[in-house]
Write a new protein. Structure first.
Length: 396
């Protein structure tokens, strides 16, 4: 067992951790930065909707982690086992104690597959698929290609999730695929969601509702998937208003798993009552430990958990962390910006952008509630390029 120390320790080498590392390295070239991340690979998860729809191969979404760890940053290929913020240190699974001057927590979310009874062991088999994991995303397209009609169900859980638009994006693409194959008339598409409506922001909900109607999609709102009976091909939902059990037969079932903060965060002093890293929603600084910051999916920030949100959070966090290192008060403010490129079919996309208050925060001088081919092409080509060569490099 050994003890080490870094001026700034970043826990998590995903979108948030790498973006912060790159920006910090640029802002303070001489800073001693440590990055705790066990994975040798990095996935651009927004591409998985398109992998599941047969547009891109899965391999196009994955690159070596080491290519994006900034030069001069110490990469610690380990996993955090516990946080000890009172002592300004963490303990890794490998048994090392690592002290820090400041800590950035960017561990993302965990997928709680086990909270759906009967799902484990059946994902990727007999029509049960999900775009939410590297291991299962290819099965989505396999099952869509094999589908010949029947019930196709798409779910959304009762927990916060990353990319809240993803469960419906693959549904719209499936609808398009079924039409192209001439099987839509003998197919029933159901969106079974624990949410009360198709989208949480009114401006975009009003644009999506006619699309759902046009496509003939049935909606079961306030329905939470609690069990999968693979032998009988039944999806069991709990009606969140009546607590009644609702059983739906399926031939194709796309599951969005319940999600939460990583267990190591939940069990730490950093967590709020819901388990998230408890930070001020404007400054991204911890409300109880002033040398701790957090961003992205594991944070308590009350906004959509998207890569686009992290793109706006990272510069705010870095500015405030540098200010605190200089003995100043945090000054930069994050307004809750998030973006969701809502693919509504092959060649069609609505670009939703909004802030904490649900107000549109749009980037383009046209009506972004309209389905556009140009925005679809941006999703396919411009956004991945911006991610790999801009955002992860601290340039965008």
């Amino acid at each position: 067992m050994s003890e080490k120390r870094h001026d700034v320790l970043i826990v998590g080498g995903g979108t948030g951790g790498l973006s912060v590392a790159a920006r910090l390295r640029e802002a303070l070239p001489g800073l001693d930065i440590g990055l705790v991340e066990p994975s040798e690979t990095h996935d651009y998860q927004p591409l998985w909707t398109l992998v599941g729809a047969g547009i891109f191969p899965r391999e196009q979404s994955r690159r070596p982690e080491g290519d994006y760890v900034p030069k001069g940053v110490t990469w610690i290929k380990d996993r955090v086992a516990s946080f000890e913020p009172e002592k300004n240190r963490i303990v890794t699974q490998g048994g090392d104690t690592i002290a820090y001057g400041q800590l950035v927590v960017a561990l993302g979310m965990q997928l709680d597959w086990n909270k759906i009874k009967g799902l484990e062991g059946n994902l990727g088999r007999d029509g049960i698929c999900s775009n939410y994991a590297w291991e299962s995303v290819e099965s989505t397209w396999s099952f869509l290609k094999a589908f010949r009609g029947g019930n196709a169900i798409f779910t959304f859980p009762s927990t916060p999730i990353k990319c809240a638009g993803a469960p419906q994006k693959i549904m719209y693409l499936a609808d398009d695929h079924f039409r192209r194959q001439g099987i839509r008339e003998r197919s029933r598409i159901v969106y079974a969601s624990a949410t009360p409506a198709i989208f949480g922001v009114k401006h975009y909900r009003e644009a999506l509702e006619p699309i759902v109607a046009r496509k003939g999609i049935e909606t079961l709102f306030r329905h939470d998937l609690v069990e999968v009976r693979s032998a009988s091909k039944e999806a069991v939902f709990r009606n969140l208003d009546t607590n009644a059990e609702v059983v739906q037969k399926y031939d194709f079932l796309h599951v969005t798993p319940p999600q939460s903060a990583p267990d190591v965060v939940k069990s730490s002093a950093l967590a709020d009552k819901a388990g998230w890293v408890e930070v001020d929603k404007y400054t991204l600084r911890h409300v109880r430990f002033p040398n701790v910051f957090s961003l992205g999916d594991n944070s308590s920030l009350p906004t959509s958990r998207t890569g686009a949100a992290i793109r706006k959070q990272a510069p705010v966090l870095v500015d405030n962390l540098v200010a605190v290192r200089d003995g100043k008060a945090p000054y930069a403010k994050y307004d809750g910006y998030a973006s969701c490129p809502l693919v509504t079919g092959y060649g069609k996309l609505i670009l939703a952008e909004f802030d904490y208050d649900g107000n549109p925060a749009e980037s383009f001088p046209f009506d972004q509630t309209r389905e556009r081919f140009s925005m679809y092409m941006m999703k396919l080509h411009a956004l991945p390029e911006m991610y790999w060569n801009g955002m992860l490099r601290g340039r965008a």
